[in-house]
Design a protein around this ligand. Structure first.
Ligand code: NDP
Length: 313
């Protein structure tokens, strides 16, 4: 079994992880970053990014993450294409085991494992995931060229997914459980102006119904939240955009989390309930969830880890 010893192990490769790597590498901590299942994180399934400061022109999410990786490697981060599937935070050095069989021993850890898209969790949903149901328009929108699709949700993700889908689909219907969107005004304006987009208000999805062989989607059954009346919407695809869950299963029972399984950190700090373990980005932030806020927290975590290591090793 391969053994890697490090002062600082960073778990996760989104903006929080890479920023933590850049700062800690420049503090000579020789950080080891384990990338996880989706190297680059959620930004790799985004297209246009126009709110990350520093770029006059619109940039692409995957490109931005490549740049962060290159920058972190240049200053001394060791990148491991591995997935941590076991961790022991009960004693020091902390121990993590990767899918590759590698054992990581670390004096401190920054958790930046991010969050994942949430699905509706209704009975008929599972069999159509990948066969008409998706949580990523950037990944799957292309398959719905000239087709009718629905987007479920009323937040920024739903708005962005719907706008992106108009590049391919002939019609995009936003199905929302209330009568107003929670997405930013600028996105709402774009949605209302787009002739391919229409809305169904005050309805939730009751059931997904497939074509005869159940290998593709035929329609969704909608339920009116006020009257409970059922109605049908014919669709070829459904994009679920109803929020995210933090990727914290690995740490359950070992570290303090809130009722939604987000890691709790001390006020004005990224320190978790364990000395020497820090959390940054969407894994501990359910309010802002932006690449730039995640990056800021990654920076904080690196500075805090450096101070901890200076005192304790
Ligand atoms: P949000 O939590 O903001 O929105 C989720 C939406 O899904 C809400 O409209 C909610 O309805 C609806 N919803 C939740 N559960 C269900 C359910 N079971 N059935 C039906 N509808 C449901 O999540 P987002 O992913 O949109 O955004 C998360 C965060 O990321 C936000 O802070 C957002 O601003 C940010 N973001 C920013 C972007 C940007 O700046 N470019 C891009 C994408 C996201 P209801 O409104 O009734 O609660």
């Amino acid at each position: 079994m391969k053994n890697i010893k490090t002062k600082l192990l960073i778990i996760g490769s989104g903006p929080a992880g890479y920023t933590a790597a850049i700062y800690s590498a420049r503090a000579n901590l020789n950080p080891v970053l384990v990338a996880g299942l989706q190297p680059g994180g959620q930004m790799t399934i985004t297209t246009d990014v126009e709110n990350y400061p520093g770029f006059g022109d619109v940039i692409q999410g995957p490109w931005l993450m490549d740049q962060m990786k290159i920058q972190a490697e240049k200053v001394g981060m060791s990148f491991q294409n591995d997935i941590i599937n076991k961790i022991d935070l009960s004693k020091k050095p902390f121990k993590a085991i990767g899918d590759s069989g590698t054992e990581y021993l670390a004096d401190s850890i920054i958790i930046s494992t991010g969050a994942q898209a949430r699905f509706l969790n209704i009975k008929s949903e599972k069999k159509f995931i990948g066969y008409g149901i998706s949580a990523c328009a950037t990944c799957d929108g292309f398959f719905f060229k000239d087709k009718d699709v629905a987007v479920i949700g009323g937040g920024n993700t739903a708005a962005e997914e719907a706008l992106f889908l108009t590049k391919f689909a002939s019609k995009v219907t936003i199905v929302h459980r209330r009568d107003s969107l929670r997405s930013e005004k600028i996105l709402q304006d774009r949605l209302f102006k787009n002739s391919k987009i229409n809305f169904i208000w005050n309805k939730t999805v009751n059931e997904f119904v497939g074509k005869e062989n159940d290998k593709s989607l035929d329609k969704i059954i909608l339920k009116d939240v006020n009257s409970n009346d059922l109605s049908e919407l014919k669709v070829d695809g459904v994009f679920v955009a109803i929020g995210h869950d933090p990727s914290t299963n690995l740490f359950k029972g070992q570290i303090d989390m809130d009722e939604d399984n987000y890691i709790i950190t001390k006020s004005d700090s990224t320190l978790t309930s364990i000395e020497g373990v820090y959390a940054a980005g969407d894994v501990q932030d359910k309010t802002y969830r932006q690449a730039i806020t995640a990056a800021g927290m990654g920076c904080m975590a690196a500075i805090e880890a450096e101070k901890y290591l200076a005192k304790n090793t």
